[in-house]
Ligand binder design. Structure first.
Ligand SMILES: *Cc1c(COP(=O)(O)O)cnc(C)c1O
Length: 414
């Protein structure tokens, strides 16, 4: 192996020892967890960071003048630096903490949508969005007279770039809001091209990076996008904390989303003034412990390295696709050139829910359903698929277990 071009292989056995939950058996079988795209398991570093904070260093943040509050504020705020570094943001004040991607997109739709976009302008999404990047824009459309446009995808599950560009040509699109990686097809969208085309027509760009940030290095400066959001629990971190990154001048132009404590500069009954960004968007007591846990998750991921994680997942996907391709009666949805560790498939004559239930009896956890992407299901004339998704702790043997499990599912439905 040429070490110049091949990053060091991931030591999966060592990684697995960091995830206590993976040693469990379920239904008397070894747990084969292939549902990481819905939410990732947590390494001990994250679990410990949160437990230690609760036991030794906990108070409300940003308010107390006492020692404990100052230490907790430092710990919580240092996550903002870790996020800025992770995404290569220019400035830590461009990192807004939210609960999850869903809240990030709602914040954007509400604040940028109502405060900056004008009625008659359009928001352009794609045909492979998660519901959380569809519904907030529908709410905006109905409340504010914004048109919602949808760029189609090809049978391969890639964004149709010709159609995408033609939807921008009349100059009405103020914002492109698009996934950086599909949670159903695994397709990675051509982010740099999307940005350069959108900017040429005067539109800003937001990426939903909920999946992408788990699988590849995200550099917002290199991408040139205007907003980027993701959710902590998919990056091996806790639930309840997510990120909206935005260019500072845009965040400054946006009105607040939620009002309350922490987001103000001063309050009288007549009028209140807002804190500077990012605090303007962070009303109320934040997810302090989850923020501290997220920093541990970022540290964990960075210590492994994105190049190593990406190579590991690429090898799992290649292995899975080639084994599934050799099976009768299994069809994989989409075959994008660029893809991450997510594979959706259907089994002849079997409903996806039955596939998942039969796999579960063998200790194999996959997701089944519409994956919060009903319009994408309809695009393929389906109402559901089964989905296997991989993380840093996934082994090739687990992919083989899935294939063996599917052989049994097929026998059941013969
Ligand atoms: C999971 C996911 C979301 C929503 O994340 P939440 O944590 O539920 O808010 C949005 N978009 C994509 C692509 C996802 O995979």
């Amino acid at each position: 192996m040429n070490i110049m071009t091949n990053p060091a292989a991931l030591d999966v056995d060592r990684i697995r020892r960091d995830f206590p939950i993976l040693t469990q058996t379920v239904r008397g079988k070894k747990l084969v967890f292939l549902d990481t795209a819905a939410s990732a398991q947590k390494p001990r570093a994250v679990i410990d960071a949160m437990a230690v904070a609760m036991q030794t260093q906990y108070a409300n943040v940003h308010r107390g003048l006492h020692w404990m509050s100052e230490r907790t504020t430092e710990a919580y705020e240092s996550t903002r630096d870790a996020v800025a570094e992770l995404m290569n943001a220019n400035d830590r004040s461009e990192v807004v903490f939210v609960r999850n991607s869903t809240e990030a997109i709602n914040l954007l739709a509400h604040s940028y949508g109502r405060g900056v976009l004008k009625p008659g302008q359009a928001v352009l999404i794609s045909g492979m969005e998660h519901h959380s990047n569809i519904v907030p824009w529908q709410l905006l459309r109905d409340a504010h007279g914004i048109e919602l446009r949808v760029a189609p995808i090809t049978d391969a599950g890639e964004l149709d770039m010709t159609a995408f560009e033609s939807l921008l040509e009349d100059g009405k699109v103020g914002l492109v809001a698009i996934t950086h990686m599909s949670n159903v097809l695994g397709s990675v969208t051509p982010a740099e091209r999307i940005v350069s085309i959108a900017h040429a027509y005067g539109a800003k760009v937001m990426f939903d990076g909920s999946q992408a940030i788990v699988h590849r290095k995200v550099d917002v400066c290199a991408l040139g996008c205007d907003f980027y959001c993701w959710t902590g629990h998919k990056l091996y971190g806790p639930t309840g904390i997510g990120v909206l990154w935005g260019k500072r001048d845009l965040l400054e132009r946006m009105p607040p989303f939620l009002g309350g404590g922490d987001m103000i500069s001063s309050v009288t009954y007549e009028q209140s003034t807002w804190a500077a960004v990012p605090h303007k968007f962070e009303a109320g007591t934040p997810a302090i412990l989850e923020g501290i846990g997220l920093k541990a998750a970022i540290g964990y991921v960075r210590a492994i390295g994105y190049d190593v994680m990406e190579a590991h997942e690429a090898s799992l996907v290649e292995h899975a696709l080639s084994r599934l391709a050799g099976m009768d009666g299994i069809r994989v949805l989409g075959n994008a050139q660029q893809r991450g560790g997510v594979i959706s498939f259907i089994v002849d004559k079997a409903h996806a829910h039955d596939v998942a239930t039969l796999l579960d009896r063998q200790g194999i956890a996959v997701r089944a359903g519409h994956h919060c992407a009903e319009p994408l299901m309809h695009r393929f004339n389906l109402d559901s698929t089964a989905r296997a998704s991989f993380g840093i702790y996934t082994t090739h043997a687990e992919v083989d277990a899935l294939v063996d499990g599917l052989v049994r599912v097929r026998e059941f439905f013969q």
